[in-house]
Design a protein around this ligand. Structure first.
Ligand code: NAD
Ligand code: GDD
Length: 324
């Protein structure tokens, strides 16, 4: 291996597969590992190992102290339809915690200096996210802890795990809290898709004048981060002197109804919204970007509509391909 090298755990997933491509553009030699290959295009990794990171022997095989950068993106995750139904709680905790415990410990044993860990805005207390117009997601508000999902609890304990390895074993791990990341090559059907992809799919399938189903009253708020800015923040944090935890998210907060209207405008369709019961999660969420600005001198700035245009076009192309 010549030059810089990186290991991407979860390289078959949405963020991981984009990250591999970004690191390749920077000239890295990249090893990816995942249970599965990327779904929508070939991996850009120099070496891709199909393996289960819940197994210590697989971690020992793929983790090597010579890696300059190790990114831990592997997790059992999905959108509201996956993490808020309660049906997958035991799997989510068991699978993701086992991966994180293995990756942290094997990296320590192999003398890896620095792991990037992808935590989530889902760690924030539910009681601070009840007002859709004024949610509090400042990093300092995480404790006393009260996430509204087991997914969030697992993320919180794993944040603590990676930071404990910094204190006790001299590592330089970095922890980011991602806020709803979207873009081309993200899951768009099957039950794990998040709102931006789900809405793009529903709008793309519909004809002018149709009704589309929206979970809840549509007045719940979120912000959505385009994949390119997610990668930029990830790499900046990884190479910075700040360990985190820090939000990596957009602070352009919209209601889900506004999200639907934006996608309809992109598609040039006039549709009716039918609000139905569904898994909702918190009432309001927005990224607080004061800390990232202060520590990294950078914050996401791209408008939501720009990212939605690219995402809608990609999902439309997937539908056309599926119909062919
Ligand atoms: P993703 O589901 O597309 O990717 C995760 C990948 O991990 C999948 O390809 C999956 O196969 C792999 N994986 C799961 N179990 C594994 C195992 N036992 N061994 C090996 N690989 C395994 O999710 P993503 O959107 O790319 O998210 C990446 C990371 O960022 C995850 O940790 C996720 O929790 C976190 N995150 C994502 C978002 C978001 O909006 N996308 C928000 C907050 C946090
Ligand atoms: N997925 C989805 N599909 N959500 C919908 C739909 C739909 O058809 N219609 C309305 N919604 C609403 C959900 O009910 C929820 O209130 C909101 O849109 C956002 O849903 P998601 O995008 O699925 O998830 P989330 O923002 O609640 O949580 C996501 O972001 C976290 C980080 O901010 C998840 O992906 C988490 O895994 C992630 O950590």
């Amino acid at each position: 291996m010549l030059g810089k090298t990186a290991l991407v755990c979860g390289a078959g997933g949405f963020i991981g597969s984009h990250l591999v491509r970004r690191l390749k553009h920077e000239g890295f030699w990249v090893r990816g590992v995942d249970l599965k290959y990327p779904e929508y295009e070939a991996t850009a990794a120099d070496e891709f190992i199909a393996g289960d990171l819940r197994r210590q022997d697989i971690c020992e095989r793929v983790i090597d102290g010579r890696f300059d950068e190790v990114y831990q993106m592997a997790a059992d995750m999905g959108g509201a339809g996956y993490i808020f139904t309660g049906e997958h709680d035991a799997d989510i905790i068991h699978n993701s915690a086992t991966i994180n415990l293995n990756v942290a410990e094997i990296c320590r044993r192999q003398n890896v200096e620095r792991i990037f860990y992808s935590s989530s805005a889902c760690i924030y207390p539910a009681h601070n996210q009840e007002d859709p117009d004024n949610p509090n997601c400042a990093e300092s508000s995480a404790y006393p802890a009260a996430p509204d999902s087991e997914y969030g609890w697992e993320k919180l304990i794993s944040e603590r795990l990676f930071l404990a390895y910094n204190r006790n074993h001299g590592m330089k791990n970095r922890v980011a809290r991602y806020h709803n990341v979207f873009g081309p090559s993200g899951t768009w059907q099957g039950g794990k898709e998040k709102a931006p992809a789900a809405i793009c799919r529903k709008v793309a399938i519909a004809s002018n004048g149709d009704e589309i189903e929206i979970w809840g009253d549509g007045l719940q708020t979120r912000s959505f981060l385009y994949i390119d800015e997610c990668l930029e923040g990830t790499i900046r944090l990884m190479r910075s002197g700040f360990e985190g935890p820090v939000n990596i998210g957009s602070d352009e907060m919209v209601t889900i109804n506004q999200l639907v209207d934006m996608v309809c405008a992109i598609a040039g369709k006039r549709l009716q919204k039918r609000h139905i019961p569904g898994p909702l999660g918190v009432r309001g969420r927005n990224s607080d970007n004061r800390l990232i600005e202060q520590k990294l001198g950078w914050r996401p700035a791209q408008s939501l509509i720009t990212g939605l245009e690219a995402t809608y076009a990609w999902i439309e192309s997937q539908l056309i391909r599926a119909a062919a």
